[in-house]
Design a binder for this molecule. Structure first.
Ligand code: KIV
Ligand code: ZN
Length: 515
């Protein structure tokens, strides 16, 4: 089915969540799913319901809440997988089950230990079972790009005959090249029985840095669903980046025959920022479209050109992706109403106690800092929205340090609602703060990474600290934002410890990750 409309299938919550440090809890997944709907994606792959109770609950919660977008749950071909996916998407207005099995001889021999005939039987049974739950079934031939082409035709024939309407051709290991991938889509669409009524989908990994180029080539060859993630997060080197594919199609629509997506491009940057603030994983500064430097003109000759006419060096505007940065938005006299209106304009939905907390933070920031930018508001909101039930809360920090004296930190925290205080010295101020916190909370976690970045330009910028810690093989990232970087550090560490605590309480069944 070749039309002028490309479906955008977002798998940030499933394949993306498989990136180290990117795991999200239910509340965070719901928040991101709402933003993905605002962004205008056609399909949200909300999780892999059999993988864990947490995944199941998130797919179910997202299915209950969203009404515009197709909500999809992933399943291997086993009956339990398909049944669990069926139950998870049951209350979605537009439910989909995504069934997959590997088709390359490499996977058949070493992983599945099945014959080609057995795999064909699995496809038939699983897709038929999925159709008893939903009308919309997608089938994926895992490792398609290293599979025998004619066998792939047979597999897709079987999937269509059993009732699948979307056929996904994953480049699971990021092995293909643009020419080869486009030719594969062309080959399959010419040979699979019933292909004219099905949608060919593409799903690329970025191991050779070719995910976006491969996706665009397949789109040119007639694929009409692209699977992708925000900021390109995903297994290993990541997945096709949604923002890059969408903006390539928009900026070079002349090259792609005017093919349209349903994406509201102005929501791209807010979505990227939301994901980074939820996971604590920042995008690299030179990342296309959403990186800090993507619109920064450094060279004098470029600056001169842009000032004379932006078209000299700018192929798209920052505004087109919702990046109206450096805009003075609010000041210390702005009230609750103006604050709330501005958050709505930025697509930030904050309610109840979270709103009150964010407003108090805004007022105190406005006292300390003359100019408040959109980025400041986004940071305040991400810092004020409590996504999990926190056991520990940051209350205050007193720090004495300077040259010639050992830094001393006095930290006050709430532990299950009771205030506790602890002092500690350290090699540097951050060390002293972290020692005090870890003594107070008796954590045996190990500090893996500590990062600070300024939310905006200027010496009075808020500092955004992210802290990665690990305990028993579980890695989490905590974030803290404050105009005082030391306070931000304490908050980030406490946030990370809360996440670890939350994971300890979550009863995960043996999760079949790493697909
Ligand atoms: O990369 C892959 O093959 C996948 C499938 C489950 C679609 O993620
Ligand atoms: Zn994948």
């Amino acid at each position: 089915m070749s039309s002028q409309r490309l479906r955008v299938f977002d798998t940030t919550l499933r394949d993306g969540e498989q990136s180290p440090g990117c795991s999200m809890n239910l509340h965070e997944k719901l928040t991101l799913a709402r933003q993905l709907e605002r962004l205008g994606v056609d399909v949200i792959e909300a999780g892999f319901p059999i993988a864990s109770d947490g995944d199941f609950d998130s797919v179910r919660a997202i299915s209950k809440e969203l009404s515009e977008t197709i909500i999809c749950g992933l399943a291997r071909t086993g009956n339990l997988d398909v049944e669990r996916a069926g139950q998870a998407v049951e209350s979605a207005k537009k439910p989909r089950i995504h069934v997959f099995i590997a088709t390359s001889d490499i996977h058949l021999e070493h992983k599945l230990r099945m014959s080609r005939e057995q795999v064909l039987e699995e496809v038939d049974r699983a897709v038929r079972l999925a159709r008893t739950y939903v009308d919309d079934v997608e089938f994926s031939a895992e490792d398609a790009t290293r599979s025998d082409r004619d066998y792939l035709v047979q597999v897709f024939d079987a999937a269509i005959a059993a009732g699948a309407s979307t056929l996904n051709v994953p480049d699971t290991v990021g092995y293909t090249t643009p020419k080869e991938y486009g030719a594969l889509i062309d080959y399959l669409s010419g040979r699979v029985t019933g292909a004219e009524d099905a949608i060919f989908s593409i799903h690329c990994h970025d191991d050779l840095g070719l995910a976006v180029a491969n996706s665009l080539s397949a789109i040119r060859a007639g694929a009409r669903q692209v699977e992708c993630t925000i900021n390109g997060i995903g297994e290993r080197a990541g997945n096709t980046s949604l923002e890059e594919v969408v903006m390539a199609l928009s900026v070079r629509s002349d090259e792609f025959g005017g093919l349209k997506t349903g994406i509201t491009t102005q929501e791209i940057y807010p979505t990227s920022r939301l994901l980074s603030s939820i996971t604590g994983v920042q995008v690299q500064p030179n990342k296309a479209i959403v990186g800090d430097n993507a619109f920064a003109h450094e060279a004098g000759i470029h600056q001169d050109g842009v000032l004379k006419a932006a078209i000299t060096y700018e192929i798209m505007t920052p505004e087109s992706i919702g990046r109206a940065s450096n805009e003075l938005v609010l000041g210390k006299h702005s009230g609750r109403h103006a604050f709330s209106d501005r958050l709505i304009e930025l697509g930030l939905k904050v309610e109840g106690e979270d709103f009150e907390r964010a407003f108090r933070r805004f007022k105190s920031l406005a006292d300390a800092k003359k100019v408040i930018y959109n980025e400041d508001l986004e940071a305040i909101v991400s810092d004020s929205v409590h996504t999990i039930e926190d056991r520990f809360s940051f209350e205050s920090l007193t720090l004495t340090c300077g040259s010639g004296r050992a830094p001393n930190a006095l930290v006050r925290l709430g532990l299950d609602g009771v205030s506790l205080e602890q002092a500690a010295t350290g090699v540097g101020p951050v060390d002293a703060i972290f020692r005090a916190i870890s003594e107070l909370l008796k954590t045996s976690s190990e500090l893996i990474q500590y990062q600070v970045h300024a939310v905006t330009a200027g010496l009075d910028a808020q500092g955004e600290v992210s802290v990665t810690i690990e305990e028993d093989g579980r890695r989490v990232i905590g974030n803290g934002v404050h105009e005082d970087v030391m306070v931000a550090s304490a908050k980030a560490y406490v946030n990370a410890l809360n996440k670890l605590e939350w994971h300890k309480k979550r009863r995960d069944v043996d999760a079949p990750r790493g697909i």
